[in-house]
Design a binder for this molecule. Sequence first.
Ligand code: GDP
Ligand code: MG
Length: 689
Amino acid sequence: MPEKIVRVALAGNPNSGKTTLFNAITGAHHKVGNYPGVTVEKREGSRFRGGREYRFIDLPGIYSLTAYSIDEVVARDFILDEKPGVIVDVLDSTNLERNLFLCLQFQELGIPVIGALNMSDEAEARGFRIDHGNLSRTLGVPLVKTVGPKGTGVDELLDAIDTAAAESPGSVSGHLIRYGDEIETRLEPLEKLIVSDRSFGEKYPARWLAVKLLEKDGNAYRRLCGHSDAAQIEASAREAVRWIDQHFGKDSEIIVAEQRYGYIRGAVQESVVIVKHPDFSLTETVDRVIMNRFLALPVFMFVLWAVFQLTFFLGEYPMEWLERFFDLLSGVLRSIIPEGLIRSLIVDGIIGGVGGVLSFVPLIVILFFFLSILEDVGYMSRAAFATDKLLHSFGLHGQSIFPMMLGFGCSVPAILASRTLKSPRDRIITVLITPLMSCGAKLPVHVLLAAAFFPEHAGSMVILIYAIGAGLSLLCALLFKATVLSGDPTPFVMELPPYRAPTLRGVFWHVWEKTWMYAKKAGTVILASSILIWAITSFPSYTPKEGENGTETAQNALEHSAAGRIGHVIEPVFRPLGFDWKIAVASVTGFAAKEVIVSTFGILYHVGTEETEESEGLRDAIRRDDRMRPLVAFVFMLFTLIIPPCFAALATMKAEIGGKWVAFEIGFLFVLGWLLCFLVFQTGRLAGF
Ligand code: GDP
Ligand code: MG
């Protein structure tokens, strides 16, 4: 029986290895990425040791306890409001001076702090020799050297947590930084005023709050309102700020930051020796070439293009095997199950629908594999730099590229990733345009139609659709910026992580997670929709007329069915786009999930050809439909690209930016999709395609 649960917050700068350590300690498999801002929600996991439960909380990265973006707010509020028993500050040892800035603020909170000197392998390799005993004594913080991916130092870290947790909260002192006489004389009365309200003083550490007030942290001022003397404290704080601003001729928050950096520099100088100056690290050498002013953008374009080419090239073979497997399976089942409704349900409904979607699993796996390698290697941040200028001219922010690229995989994590954007305006625009980045679920539709109608250029057609999506997303950003979301994008500040070899484990879990999600969808939403679509295409049942041949019977039966009738009712809306009723039905079913479009085709076309042909691939079946022409196929690909995303994405969007914007998005994408498809179809028709 655990006597007491000790809550341990893992906090620190973005990309310092918090999630890696969290996984090493708790055995979890959360997403790790060589890009700041991968963790946007806090996550919990437990470790039992000596009969005690340690509950670790993995927090989003922060640079300071003054928060700007939503992920920073999540981390700050957790530490302030839920008061963990111990804070483990995960420090990037290759960049100690900047990382310790946050550590000093943690110390002021009066919660026991332990520093994990993470990335100590990389620091060694770069020639830093850190005397952690000495540094620990100078700062008054226990320090443990760790290497996250190998789990090195985890035991020592747990020992240190044990010791820290045993300390009584009041006795935590460390050596708090002094900000110099001028500032200290202003801090002191503020601290006194804060503790004058006992219950308030217990809630917030007085010194920490006093410093934050001098730093003009808006959130700290808001937190004052629980104090019985709030007005007086605020007045004295503002007076002190005014005095410091005037006395130093600089903003008070800059003065405070300078004091902290000065203190840290002194401490680091005494404890860190650089034994060799690697004149050029690999990262710098590579960046000189591929991040150069002229090459950065072309290199980025090339990387994207290569990822897609490789995905299609490698994906083609396993996809064909799977297709053949499902064909074979249908054939076998057809021969062993007697003709009738059951056979039709299993072969046409379930295998036709779910099998059609599962054939695309290899493609999805490969795409996610490449995207996660790019992220782990450290290229995503480079992509943000490379595209920042371009994105700026469309009113976006360099950091928007990360959500946008994730959008090629799935809109749900992409929408969440926009949390790292600091300004709400940049964030809303980014969320609104990510669905235009064609996601993994739309890929099967594109591939199916491209392979059926443009067999010579299937890969290029699909890439063209992706490019159109990306182009449209930029144009929409421009449109939003000019109309509903005007204002300037915030300036771009981000650092480039070093290049790192991707860890096999990380890539494996990432790909597995996404593939599993896709497969689960095939087994639930898509299975259910397939059965439903099968039912509406099979009922009401049709009695063949005299003198009809097999194909005519099948066609008539389909038109007679509920799906046929629904299709005919909605057809007028889609006719100007060149869609017949079958395509109309598929567009409507696509709202549950985009993969359902493929399963709808699978069912519609198999029903249409049942008993008349040997079972054949869906591609051939679609191609044989005389109303489907290359132009129509292309317009339908466009339509699938633009229409509103699936329910899951819309629900995520609602949680992130609110229902009002979701309603706007649905209307906007519908109108945009319809108009654009109308234009393309009519122009194409006049041009004689
Ligand atoms: P977080 O943003 O703090 O959660 O950082 P992550 O855990 O996502 O890690 C960021 C990157 O650093 C990933 O590529 C990790 O594989 C890598 N990483 C984490 N810890 C270490 C370490 O101790 N040594 C080295 N060489 N790399 C590490
Ligand atoms: Mg993380």
